[in-house]
Design a protein around this ligand. Structure first.
Ligand code: GLV
Ligand code: MN
Ligand code: MN
Length: 421
């Protein structure tokens, strides 16, 4: 007889990943920001697949899409599987989507085989993990974990639209955000499958790995104020060039990060005003994203960045201002789930490799609610947040098998529901 995990259909996974990638702004790669019509398009597809896999589907008060496959004991705590449906600008088609599509795939296998497990399973397509639109990450998973704060409804996108207004436009009441929150007693665990977004599994020549922890991240914005002027008439000695000051700061951030490896720090966005080839830049706004598994080292490097910023500004006659946009602490994956995932990887004929995630994941927010476990799937050349992001059909299928084995083992071993946070 065919093993249950052999019923996992890699071609169906690959086909759905392709279909989802069509819900995008017209650009290279995939651009699908939260609470947009492209996002709604993806939700509609996912909803349909969830229904076909025997799930009931609902949207919670923050626009997370949740498919539920009932267990034989509907009062047993729910095993959650999920990832995000939003993307970065000109991103790939696997980041986030793979966790949702494989979650639906394994439920489809159970449904098509007529298997009902004791615990209910919920597959969650989170509404905003990347934080691209509102510059603040994990809005959906924080709402479910019960850690979203009232003031986070006021975060704004670049057009000045608040999260509250984006929620209202969908016909939902933002003040109901607390209704999305779940309680720890109702949840058995959270498992997320994701592409690795790094090169380790490829180097190890193995399709899957188990994540032991996720690096903490901070995002800051900075504004450098100078004085705009004529590019032809103002001598360099008299300039207050906000862009030249920013360039110095960007290089200083890179130097500090390299000096404190493995910390990574990125300035991914600069907006220059007035932004004209013949005008000296009067103001620059930029972003800093900094990540490390060591909170103290991250804090130390951040302090050094702030100090360098002040020095550069004073030396160039500029004004500088830093502002914290978000901060998440590093998260450890559950010591109960890691060996279960490892044994599922072994069960599928591989030697498990342990990895740390440098990328952020909804699992970080979900760790405030329940035990979290993560499975990584190899991606080509470690490329991610880029249109060339790629995972092979075979690797996705193996990943989904590992996910299914993990779910079966977790439910059979009944990882104790987390009762305190
Ligand atoms: C999300 O992918 C992040 O790590 O920024
Ligand atoms: Mn991402
Ligand atoms: Mn992701």
């Amino acid at each position: 007889m065919k093993k249950l995990t052999e019923k996992v259909n890699g071609a169906r996974i690959a086909e759905r990943i392709d279909q989802l990638s069509r819900c995008s702004e017209p650009a290279i790669g995939v651009t699908r920001l939260s609470f947009t019509k492209e996002f709604q398009c993806a939700q509609n597809m996912v909803e349909q697949w969830m229904l076909e896999a025997g799930m009931t589907v609902r949207k919670d008060s923050l626009n997370n899409l949740i498919g539920r496959y009932e267990g034989s004991n509907p009062n047993a705590p729910v095993l959650m599987i999920g990832s995000h449906l939003d993307t970065v600008i000109e991103g790939g088609k696997f980041d986030g989507m793979l966790g949702i599509v494989t979650g639906i795939e394994i439920v489809a296998v159970l449904f098509e085989t007529g298997i009902i497990l004791e615990n209910p399973i919920e597959v969650i397509a989170f509404c905003d993990e990347e934080g691209v639109r509102f510059h603040s990450t994990f809005l959906g998973s924080k709402a479910i974990a019960g850690t979203l704060k009232r003031e986070e409804l006021e975060v704004k996108d670049d057009e000045g639209i608040t999260l509250a207004n984006a929620i209202k436009e969908l016909g939902l009441d933002p003040l109901n955000y607390k209704e999305a929150a779940r309680v720890p007693e109702e949840v058995l665990a959270y498992i997320e499958l994701h592409i690795e977004q790094g090169p380790v599994l490829q180097a190890e020549e193995i399709p899957c790995g188990v994540v032991t922890g996720i690096a903490g991240a901070s995002r800051y914005s900075f504004t450098i104020e100078g004085f705009a002027g004529h590019a032809g008439t103002v001598p360099h000695t008299l300039r207050k060039d906000a862009l030249a000051g920013s360039a110095e700061l960007v290089l200083e951030i890179e130097r500090l990060a390299k000096e404190n490896a493995p910390i990574v720090a990125t300035v991914g966005k600069l907006s220059v005003k007035p932004g004209s080839s013949n005008v000296i830049a009067g103001e620059v706004a930029g972003t800093i994203d900094i990540r490390d598994t060591d909170e103290r080292r991250k804090r130390k490097v951040l302090e050094a960045i702030f100090q360098s910023g002040e020095e550069i500004a004073s030396h160039r006659g500029l004004k500088i201002h830093f502002e914290k946009v978000m901060e998440v602490s590093p998260v450890l994956c559950s010591e109960e789930l890691i060996p279960i995932i490892e044994s599922s990887i072994r069960e599928n004929g591989m030697d498990p490799v342990r990895l740390i995630s440098g990328a952020g994941h909804d699992a970080m927010a979900m760790a405030d609610l329940t035990k979290v476990g993560m499975i990584f799937v190899r991606c080509r050349d470690g490329i991610s947040h880029h249109p060339d992001e790629h995972a092979s059909l075979e690797d996705m299928e193996i990943g989904a098998r590992v996910l299914l084995d993990t779910v079966l083992q977790v439910i059979h071993s009944k990882v104790a529901a987390k009762t305190e946070v």
